[in-house]
Design a protein around this ligand. Sequence first.
Ligand code: 4AD
Ligand code: MG
Length: 435
Amino acid sequence: MAYSYVSDISGKAGKKVSVRGWVHRKRESGGIVFIVVRDRSGIIQASVKKDLVDAKSWKDAQDASVESSIELSGTLKEDKRAPTGLEIEAEKVHCISISEPFPITEYQSTELLLDKRHLWLRSTKMINIMKIRSHVFRYLREFNDKKGFYEITPPLITKSAGETGADMFEVNYFGQKAYLTESSQLYAEAMIYALDKVYTFAPSYRAEKSRTIKHLAEYWHLEMEAAHYDLNKLMKFEEQMVSHVAQRLLKNDTDTLEALGVERAKLEVIKPPFRRMTYEQALEELNQKGKSLKWGDDLGVDEEKLLTANEKKPAFVMYWPKELKPFYVPVNRKDERTSMSVDLQAPLGHGEIIGASERIWRKDELMSRFKEFEEAKGIKFNMENYEWYIDLRRYGSVPHAGFGLGVERMIKWFLGLDHIRDAIPFPRMINRIAP
Ligand code: 4AD
Ligand code: MG
């Protein structure tokens, strides 16, 4: 028997069709069982009439409870009363596994839906989000591949902190202290000497205690690194990449976007160029909007929200104070208080989605930045763990630059989700590690 997805049978009225999926809804009236079957592509109603099916099919139809797995075949008919205007008049019904009473009913608390995440992922909303997620991954890879970048695979267990090091999950590595990586950047940097232009697509881990709508403890991080790139080249690349994903979604994912209530106009405008402002301009703008920020302050969730609340396109914020960026970011020669860094802020107040910078490529400069950093922050780097990273500046160093995109943040913005946790199947957050 060849099974079709529900979405593929719409033009087949009058023909025999077979579908398999799960019982979405069910009711019985006057010798007919109506079963709405759900598969990954949609729902279809089937009517099972006692006189038209064999005894086993009739029993299975009666036994099948909501969320039972089921397969059935019959003749497809047009019927205005059915939820999609089509109905399968069943000839054979086979219940693969009868479901126990399903714990999720129509109105449920957010907490219960998170506890039962493994079941909630079957909901229409989550199915559609997961489809978009899969395609966002595909379009991002597609763009990087097209640009001539090699995908590389970094280690996720490490001894070297990529960012501040303050927010890392500790791992007992055969008795040694190690960490789950917070960024694959340092490893990507090592590989530009072999492959010139590379990207990694891997999870990053942040043990941040922040309980916000945009923080995950485990998120998927697309990081690119390229020899001979600078801030300008990075920004061009980012604009094109973000726009590529938006335009590909518009072209290929029309129905899914519509089902999620995403307006096409929202994605249509995402085309280069994106607005560019300096950190200082961002502060001024925020202060005009009622904040009282002073030079050196970081932008928190509220500030980011305010900054782009009325923007339709993403905006770059360039040249951040050097104290706000990690040890590998070079100082801006034109204003020594600032650094060669740029963040991309999503519009509509969704906040930072990409962090980017040039990298210090001269050994002496790197060594003195490590020292400055230790003094400014009162921390001590374990230099043993960075020897290999310093080596990259010893043997044929080149100027280079790269960025990291938080994929769930991008999805949250594209789909207008209230919380980042819905952009990933099994969210890891400060108060949640199961299921
Ligand atoms: O700005 P971040 O910390 O920069 C880096 O990790 C660099 N090493 C990247 C690079 O240049 N290769 O993180 C980069 C992006 C952020 O812009 C944000 O989108 C995302 O990663 N991100 C998070 N996403 C979800 N949950 C969190 N806790 C995140 N922290 C950062
Ligand atoms: Mg950042």
